[in-house]
Design a protein around this ligand. Structure first.
Ligand SMILES: Cc1cc2nc3c(=O)[nH]c(=O)nc-3n(C[C@H](O)[C@H](O)[C@H](O)COP(=O)(O)OP(=O)(O)OC[C@H]3O[C@@H](n4cnc5c(N)ncnc54)[C@H](O)[C@@H]3O)c2cc1C
Length: 412
């Protein structure tokens, strides 16, 4: 039976994409009544300050898990149409392919690179669980003109504008938070320190206010844990872990056509053989695989592989960026593209990917739900997660998709 006839104090813990889409869909659920129900979005540092503001933003009908991907892909398109997402958060359809290339030696110097920190690269696994790519074609698509023909590019199509799109994750996530606020959601900057779940039901949430450091306790009938890689710190039984990943953005003075590339670049043995490189023992003759996504406004986003060298810090503001890892990404990208080599680097950043899910649903504690562990497809799967959370809270069950396989209780 639906429980929406009772007053509700709904508290969302974490203002990444999953918390913000949850706030958005809760505030638009037909049973939400701002007179009877209160929704508080508690964010420790800054809305979209973690992976949700630093991700690539690729969306694909061919992503995983397939029980929520079609719903989420459709919701992205509907949200963009309803709220002007094309202008507001860079929503657009895009081509996607895998690209093998022979990287060219670099002409310019880069900073000191620590060899020992470059080992232990871990794939972000975006291409896992996908079907075999289409047969290889030797030719680059005609409009993919920001990859140099000199690098012997070999392109295989993975997605077309029919089934592939993109958003700017920071712009999308902050827009979701703002649209939720317009419908009555209260955003509070504060870090959740404890939850009263005595009697196996949620009663209240205690947080430390970011500005004043004072502790406050607010009543809760429903708590939604959307703390991404920090989920286990808020709710210890949750099997969610974290992995750091670096990324950069580059602004080109030339147009960059709408392609997302999963690359495999063979670096020449003399890659970057300058005085600096020799001194820093840069490895050469290896294969590297940055993902490069063109964005509107002549910008490209590129990310490298993950690492587990630095444990998850306390907050998004304490994340350490290793400049040499960012420089590696820039060098790899530069080795195949003149437009990006000559562009201006506009961001060097790191964030933590949440691993172990996605897990969406009840936790076994009455009134406590979680939606976390979205791995490398959290931007793609954010809207479906938020919609399903709104149904679980107001209808007592998920209606838009069968998410039995994502039930957190099976994993705890
Ligand atoms: C390099 C990289 C590229 C990616 N590219 C893509 C892509 O192209 N497409 C795609 O679909 N996905 C992509 N992803 C994955 C995607 O970014 C994540 O799955 C998604 O952002 C996770 O969102 P989240 O809301 O669960 O977590 P987060 O964004 O980490 O948000 C969690 C929030 O919880 C807050 N929090 C933590 N503890 C507390 C507390 N105690 N109290 C209050 N708040 C708290 C944090 O401050 C944070 O803001 C990428 C990820 C990485 C790392």
């Amino acid at each position: 039976m639906a429980t929406s006839s009772f007053e509700k104090d709904i508290v969302i813990v974490g203002g990444g994409i999953i918390g913000c889409t949850s706030a958005y869909f809760l505030s638009r659920h037909p049973s939400f009544d701002p007179i009877k129900h209160r929704i508080t979005l508690l964010e420790a540092s800054q809305i979209a300050g973690g992976a949700s503001g630093k991700a690539g933003g690729l969306l694909g009908l061919w992503a995983y898990p397939n029980c929520i991907v079609p719903l989420s892909f459709r919701l992205h398109s509907e949200l963009a149409a309803e709220h002007g997402g094309e202008d507001r958060w860079g929503y657009r359809r895009i081509h996607c392919g895998s690209l093998e290339a022979q990287g060219r030696a670099l002409q310019r110097l880069t900073g000191e690179v620590k060899q020992d920190q470059r080992s232990n690269a871990i794939s972000l696994q975006k291409k896992d669980n996908l079907g075999a790519p289409k047969p290889k074609s030797d030719d680059l698509p005609e409009d993919l003109d920001w990859v140099s023909p000199e690098v012997s590019p070999d392109y295989s199509e993975m997605g077309t504008p029919e089934n592939t799109a993109q958003v700017h994750p920071y712009q999308f996530t902050t827009a979701m938070a703002q649209l939720a606020e317009e419908r009555g959601v209260k955003t509070v900057l504060g870090s959740v320190s404890s939850m009263d779940t005595s009697g196996k039901a949620v009663k209240s949430v205690t947080y430390n206010d970011k500005k004043t450091s004072q502790s406050h306790t607010i009543p809760a009938t429903d708590v939604v844990i959307t703390a991404g890689p920090w989920t286990q710190r808020v709710f210890p039984p949750a099997p969610i872990s974290a992995m750091r990943a670096h990324s950069v953005t580059i602004k080109s003075s030339e147009p960059i056509s709408a392609y997302a590339l999963f690359t495999s670049i063979s670096l020449p043995p003399d890659f970057g053989k300058t005085d600096t490189f020799v001194k820093s023992k840069r490895p050469s003759g290896k294969v590297v695989s940055p993902e490069i996504y063109a964005r509107p406004g002549n910008e490209a986003y590129a990310c490298g592989e993950g690492d587990k060298l630095v444990p998850l810090p306390k907050t998004t503001e304490d994340v350490v960026t290793d400049d040499s890892r960012c420089q590696d990404i820039i060098d790899y990208v530069s080795s195949i593209s003149d437009e990006l080599r000559d562009g201006e680097v506009t961001a060097r950043q790191a964030c933590y990917l949440p691993l172990g899910g996605p897990l969406i649903g009840q936790t076994g504690v009455k009134g406590m739900l979680m939606a976390a562990g979205h791995t490398c497809w959290g931007i793609q799967n954010g809207p479906a997660s938020g919609k399903l959370i709104s149904e679980l809270v107001f209808d007592g069950k998920a209606k838009s998709a069968n998410i039995a396989s994502l039930d957190p209780r099976k994993e705890m």
